[in-house]
Design a binder for this molecule. Structure first.
Ligand code: HEC
Ligand code: HEC
Length: 276
């Protein structure tokens, strides 16, 4: 009897660690490809990326000045002491540990759609990153803040991974593609009636880049591009005419997107209504 119980307990333990491994694998995949938190949170110097997720990248916008936070597990400066709930709320709702609103650079509007499983996977990954002691200045707002960026998020079910268009739409949300590729109005709000029409300008060490139209418009968008051309632009940063594309799009992260996920993303992009 005893040996049977032990054997069962042993099985359960292995089952648990297999699940934990799978969760961490999923987290590593998301973080290093489509989700690419490091595109903002990993410092980038002239010699390439600095310590993973140690923060510091400045964002100077009309309404605030903010710096990407240190999200390594250092307990003092990073998020080592935060609970899973606190980290999840920062990601999906743009709310800091003390309940304060984070600068809307954190794309809560998009991350609110992260499934519970993918959120847990990302948190599992964050917990095992190398802790880095490197302080980051606090955000300074010069604007009135709304009560919240998004409605509270209780639970998000897993999308259907086998429906390419639905899963592609999900990937585009968690990759926040349309945050950069949708035009903003005078108040800085995304104009979702013109989803994907481009036109945002990004100044940086690279000079200035502008987000192109990535709707299915045949002339202004990517409606006439082949799948291979779209894939090359996303993963290698090469436009249809062979021109090299500039940051801040995270081409190097996107290079690791799986074929299945890339097919889903392209299937969805082809459905984005043409916009001028
Ligand atoms: C477009 C840039 C950008 C992206 C992408 C981004 N972040 Fe952030 N994040 C920021 C900035 C800037 C801050 C600081 C905001 C503030 O303090 O008001 C921040 C703050 C945070 C915080 C709060 C930390 C603290 O100490 O208050 C967490 C946690 C966080 N980000 C996690 C993530 C994760 C996980 C991802 C990917 C799923 C992600 N971020 C993607 C820019 C970004
Ligand atoms: C942080 C902002 C940002 C994010 C996030 C982003 N992009 Fe981009 N993207 C750009 C910019 C800026 C360019 C143009 C760069 C240039 O012209 O040098 C671009 C270029 C492109 C191009 C090439 C279009 C052309 O006409 O050359 C495609 C396709 C594209 N993005 C698709 C995507 C998809 C799909 C995602 C999500 C997986 C995404 N982008 C996420 C900013 C972004």
């Amino acid at each position: 009897m005893r040996t049977v119980l032990l054997a069962v307990a042993g099985l359960a333990a292995t089952g648990g660690s297999v699940q934990a491994d799978e969760l961490l694998d999923r987290g590593a995949y998301l973080m290093n490809t489509i989700v690419a938190c490091g595109n903002c949170h990993t410092p980038m110097g002239p010699e390439g990326p600095g310590p993973e997720l140690a923060g510091g990248l400045p964002f100077e916008l009309p309404g605030f000045t903010s710096y990407a936070a240190n999200i390594t597990p250092d307990p003092e400066i990073g998020i080592g002491d935060w609970s899973d709930e606190e980290i999840g709320r920062a990601i999906r709702e743009g709310i800091g540990r003390d309940g304060e609103l984070l600068a809307p650079v954190m794309p809560a509007e998009f991350y609110q759609h992260l499934s519970d499983r993918d959120l847990a996977a990302i948190i599992a990954y964050l917990r095992q990153v190398e802790p880095v002691v490197s302080a980051v200045p606090e955000t300074k707002f010069k604007m009135e803040l709304p009560p919240a960026w998004v409605e509270p998020v209780a639970s998000v079910p897993e999308p259907d991974h086998d429906d390419p268009v639905a899963y592609g739409a999900y990937l585009a949300e968690i990759g926040h593609c349309m945050e950069c590729h949708t035009p903003r109005d005078d108040q800085g709000h995304l104009d979702f009636d013109r989803l994907g029409a481009g036109g945002q300008v990004f100044p940086g060490p690279w000079g200035e880049s502008a987000s192109p139209n990535i709707t299915s418009h045949p002339k202004l968008g990517i409606g006439e591009w082949s799948d291979a051309e779209i894939k090359r632009a996303i993963t290698q940063g090469i436009s249809r005419n062979g021109q090299k594309l500039q940051p801040p799009m995270g081409y190097a992260y996107y290079a690791g997107i799986s074929d299945k996920d890339m097919d889903a993303l392209i299937a969805w992009l082809r459905r984005v209504p043409p916009a001028e």
